[in-house]
Design a protein around this ligand. Structure first.
Ligand code: SF4
Ligand code: SF4
Length: 425
């Protein structure tokens, strides 16, 4: 017998990570847990603790980890990433494509319509028998580099995607919005494409990182184009990357963006670990600011992913988070027709699934990605947030430990700080 790994001691409070609640226990029971957490020798085990699952067996726990791993690992494909261009007109210093595991930007290659068409038709076939529960979603993302450098493709591939897939499949373009014109806005509006735009705060902070190759700033053009999109009725989502440079008063910066654009949602990107320098206080400061933004302005606008994580960490939402890394459910197609799990590590062998021309769905490398689970990782199994945390980004993990199965430091520290601040422990 043992004290369950899901049991955590915070002073005199006992947190049950599996059920996400502090347990109501007698002082004797608390004492018992404290004395036996590391090693349970006592044969005189309080029955109540066995009933609560606080005391369990090694076998039962192992079974539970296996069950949770299965529950949280997606096995059906529901997302297609088309890397429309590996070129970019900007030269942002924190871009994850700069890492040695990627190298994609150097090729500056545009996708041809024939490749995109083939990928879309295959995706249609692959997803046709998917199990579609209440929370099912399906998405096609036009990604880069900068997709607007390949307008010739976009004007063909977006209408074709809409022709193949009805409105249950979201179409999303991820862009820096610097090359946008009125025809593009019309294209997005006509085909219900959500436009996700990278924007890092006010003019000064945005221009620190998001510059052209000649070092020219981009803020003014980006914010004006976002307003044009919104005025035309296109759904726009600002993607705000948190760096040490914009974290001071980050919640206020977010609010300014929200106010200026008149929107009610946004997304904050935690820096992928080791893709760009971050200080030791980065994760804690970010957690503090995200909580502030939610508490002060959450009724006006919020980050959907944050709200979900918050509700889960606080224990209001008892759901078990699926793996947050999308790589087990998405097919990423590069301009040359090569298939990957994730767009960020083109050079990594285990990420390569073959090409559009062969049976990439059966590639054994998918199993490596599906094997990546926090329920196999000792640090996660001993973490109070293990049920709510999605386990972070595999690229972040690879950047830290040369393995996709390790810890994504930034995301991990951020989640742990959120937990501590929420529960005051
Ligand atoms: S490894 Fe990171 S960047 Fe790649 S799909 Fe997973 S979460 Fe996204
Ligand atoms: S990644 Fe970090 S925060 Fe998430 S479950 Fe693992 S140890 Fe906990």
């Amino acid at each position: 017998m043992k004290i369950s790994s899901f049991i955590h001691i915070f002073g005199d409070r006992i947190w049950d990570a599996l059920n996400k609640e502090f347990l109501k226990l007698s002082p004797e029971e608390v004492e018992y847990i404290k004395n036996n957490k590391e090693h349970l020798e006592d044969s005189n085990i309080p029955l109540h603790l066995i009933e609560l699952g606080v005391v369990t067996t090694y076998d039962k726990e192992k079974e539970m980890f296996l069950k949770l791993k299965k529950l949280t690992t997606d096995t059906q494909f529901q997302s297609l990433y088309l890397i429309t261009s590996t070129a970019c007109n900007l030269n942002c210093d924190y871009c994850f494509y700069r890492s040695s595991a990627s190298g994609s930007l150097h090729r500056r290659e545009n996708m041809k319509f024939s490749v995109a068409k083939e990928a879309l038709e295959q995706f249609k076939e692959i997803t046709k028998n998917n199990i579609k529960g209440d929370d099912y979603w399906q998405q096609i993302t036009f990604y880069g580099g900068e997709p607007l450098l390949n307008k010739e493709l976009l004007y063909n591939v977006i209408p074709y995607s809409r022709h193949l897939f009805d409105s249950d499949t979201s179409l999303v373009i991820n862009t820096n919005a610097t090359l946008l014109d009125n025809n593009d806005i019309h294209l997005f509006k006509e085909n219900s494409v959500e436009v996700q735009v990278s924007l890092d705060g006010d003019e000064e902070k945005h221009n620190l990182h998001r510059k052209t190759h000649l070092g020219e700033p981009t803020y003014k053009i980006v914010i004006n184009n976002m307003k044009k999109l919104l005025d035309s009725g296109v759904k726009v989502l600002p993607m705000i990357t948190a760096t040490d440079d914009n974290l001071d008063n980050f919640s206020e910066r977010i609010y300014k963006i929200v106010k200026e654009l008149g929107i009610d949602d946004y997304a904050v990107n935690v820096l992928i670990s080791n893709s760009f320098n971050s200080s030791d206080s980065y994760a804690e400061k970010l957690a503090e600011e995200m909580l502030k933004a939610y508490e002060k302005y959450g009724k006006i606008a919020s980050d959907y992913a944050f709200v979900e994580l918050y509700n889960r960490l606080i224990g209001e939402d008892k759901a078990i988070s699926k793996n947050s890394c999308g790589a087990t459910r998405k097919i990423t197609v590069f301009p040359n027709g090569n298939i990957y799990a994730c767009q960020a590590m083109e050079k990594l062998g285990v990420n390569n699934m073959g090409t559009l021309q062969n049976d990439y769905i059966s590639n054994a490398n998918w199993f490596e990605w599906r094997n990546r689970s926090r329920f196999d990782n000792n640090e996660c199994l001993n973490c109070a947030s293990v049920i709510s945390c999605g386990g972070g980004c595999a690229t972040g993990s690879y950047n830290c430990s040369q393995s996709i199965c390790g810890i994504d430091k930034n995301n991990c520290e951020y989640t742990k700080h959120l937990f501590k601040k929420i529960h005051n422990v």
